[in-house]
Design a protein around this ligand. Structure first.
Ligand SMILES: Nc1ncnc2c1ncn2[C@@H]1O[C@H](COP(=O)(O)OP(=O)(O)OP(=O)(O)O)[C@@H](O)[C@H]1O
Ligand SMILES: [Mg+2]
Length: 246
C-alpha cells in the first residue's frame, strides 16, 4: 500500500518583487497510515507552507504531493476542496466555533456540507463529542466552556468527518501549559485509536509528544526520525538575521 502522505522534492516559491523566496526547498518525506508526526521548526522555517500543501489549501511550485496516492499538484480549486473534505480534518490554534450554535450543532455543520443525513450527523456528532470527553455538554454554547474544552470541540468537529488525516496547526497555541498538555494527550489517544495525526508546532516540548519528528530549517528537512532520539531536539540556532526573505 502506498504512503498516505508523500512529498517528492516539494518546492514552494513566492515572488516578492525582484526576489524569489524559497519557502520549501526540495522537501521529501512519507507519512504512513497510523503515524503521529510533528513537523517542527522555528519561525519562517516553512511549517505553514508545508501545512498548506498537506492540507490541500495550496499546491507545490515544483515537485509532487501525493495524498492517498492521488497527485494533488494538478487539481483545481473544486477538486482541492473535495479531497480536503474527504480526507482531512483540521484543528487550528483558533477554535473557529460558531457562538450561537450548541456543541452538537457546531460539530454537525461540516457534516451538513458533506451531504450526510440528519440522523447520521447527530449520531456522529454525539460519538465525536463523547470521544473528547464532552458528552455531558452537548447542548452547551461554546462561550460556556473553557479554552481547552473549546479546543476539544474543534477536535470533535474534525473527527466527525472521519478523516484519513488529522492536521493540527499549533493546536495548543492559545492554551496554558496544563490545558495544552491535556489537548496533546487527547491527540495521543486518537493516535493510539488508529488515527493518523500530523501536528505542526514551533515548540520542541510539544513536538516530542509525537512519535516521529520532521524538523525544518530554511525550507529544508534537517531531521526526520523518532522523537526520542538524542538529535531529535536540537537547540535552535540563534539566527540574527532570520531566514528566507529577511
Ligand atoms: N505569501 C507569502 N509571500 C511571500 N513570502 C512568504 C509567503 N508565505 C510565506 N513566505 C515566506 O516563506 C518562508 C516560510 O514561511 P512559513 O509561513 O512557511 O514559515 P513558518 O515556519 O510557518 O513560520 P511561523 O512559525 O512564523 O508561522 C518565510 O521566509 C516567509 O517569509
Ligand atoms: Mg506558520
Amino acid at each position: 500500500m502506498s504512503a498516505l502522505i508523500e512529498f517528492q522534492n516539494v518546492c514552494k516559491y513566492y515572488e516578492m518583487g525582484d526576489t524569489t523566496v524559497v519557502a520549501a526547498d526540495h522537501i521529501s518525506f512519507q507519512i504512513q497510515r497510523g503515524e503521529f508526526v510533528a513537523i517542527v521548526g522555528s519561525s519562517g522555517s516553512g511549517k505553514s507552507t508545508c501545512m498548506n500543501i498537506i492540507g490541500c489549501l495550496d499546491v507545490p511550485s515544483e515537485g509532487t504531493y501525493l495524498l492517498d496516492g492521488r497527485d494533488v499538484g494538478g487539481m483545481n480549486k473544486n477538486e482541492l476542496a473535495e479531497i480536503r473534505n474527504e480526507l482531512l480534518g483540521f484543528i487550528f490554534q483558533q477554535y473557529n466555533l460558531l457562538p450561537k450554535l450548541n456543541l452538537l450543532e457546531n460539530v454537525e455543520v461540516p457534516l451538513m456540507y458533506a451531504g450526510i443525513s440528519r440522523s447520521e450527523r447527530r449520531e456522529r456528532a454525539e460519538a465525536a463529542l463523547g470521544m473528547v470527553g464532552l458528552e455531558e455538554k452537548l447542548k452547551h454554547k461554546p462561550s460556556q466552556l473553557s479554552g481547552g474544552q473549546q479546543q476539544r470541540v474543534s477536535i470533535a468537529r474534525a473527527l466527525a468527518g472521519e478523516p484519513a488525516v488529522i492536521l493540527a496547526d499549533e493546536p495548543t497555541g492559545a492554551l496554558d501549559s496544563r490545558t495544552g498538555r491535556e489537548v496533546l494527550s487527547l491527540l495521543q489517544q486518537l493516535h493510539a485509536a488508529g488515527n493518523t495525526v500530523v501536528l505542526i508546532t514551533h515548540d520542541n516540548t510539544i513536538a516530542v509528544q509525537a512519535q516521529r519528528i520532521i524538523r525544518l530549517e530554511d525550507g529544508r528537512v534537517v531531521y526526520d526520525g523518532p522523537s526520542d532520539a538524542p538529535d531529535a531536539v536540537v537547540t535552535p540556532r540563534v539566527a540574527g538575521t532570520g531566514g528566507g526573505a529577511a
